[in-house]
Design a protein around this ligand. Sequence first.
Ligand code: OXD
Length: 312
Amino acid sequence: MSAILFHCAGDSDDRIRNAVIAALPEHDIRVWPDTGERCDIRYAVVWQPPDDFFDDLDRLQAVFALAAGVDQLLDHPGLVASVPLVRLDDAGMGRKMAEYVLYGVLHAHRRFQELFSAERRAEWHDLVRPPPPLHFPIGILGAGTLATAVARRLVANGYPVSCWGTRSKSMPDGIAHRIGEDGLHSLLADCRVLVCLLPLTDATRGILNSHLFDALTDGVFLINVARGAHLVEQDLLPALNAGQLSGALLDVFNTEPLPARHPFWSDPRIIVTPHVSAPSGSRDSAAQVAASITAFEAGEQPAGLVDRTRGY
Ligand code: OXD
């Protein structure tokens, strides 16, 4: 008999587990740490599995991540590289991510930071005259499923949007696509808001650093919704102080939860949110995992199959 081993850390544990069980009624689903006979286990459905999770799972055929980012799984000490890894491909996250980023873009474009601080001083600050969205370009680092969902929403709101990636690919109408070093530099030189939606790989770790901030025009608003390790944290306050950045909306951090004494909490130019930009929906995630397992068993390639050489 083939079984699926499930592990999910966090509040949504029961909801996702029940949705996975409901979506795969024919399968024997075991919930970590009750593994039963480990030799029965063919698939694992996981979010943040512990270090010994994969021990003795000798007949494991595939791992399904309950996340869009698989950096933690690629670094997992127990997961062997020959086992295919599949990540969530949207699963309801695109809409939520688009809403979150749109909030940040409107915050920057309509200068809410300035309005809020005037409000705190009981000051009638009515001189704010934002340009039309057409003159407020947005640069998105990343060109994958979530970046595309975000870009579509921003384009629908009238913003010119460019996505940056390493390989050329066709993007939906109205979204510019830039590639390579030159593409990055032109995107940085143009944008008023910079959004990081990259996968975390060796090539992208620390990409949001003082060198990149030097290439921006002054006063850019930064949104990081990818991974904390994309940002070199000690470079952020100097870039804000120098006016290269006007503010930042950060949802991800090197250490999560963000420690109470971290300077980001108290800086009025930085909005901190607790990794909530786009939680995956339990039913959407379960449906995608079920479809991926069905595709996998039929010998087809599931959506979200990770290319380990690229790292996403
Ligand atoms: C993800 C996340 O990668 O929630 O899906 O961060």
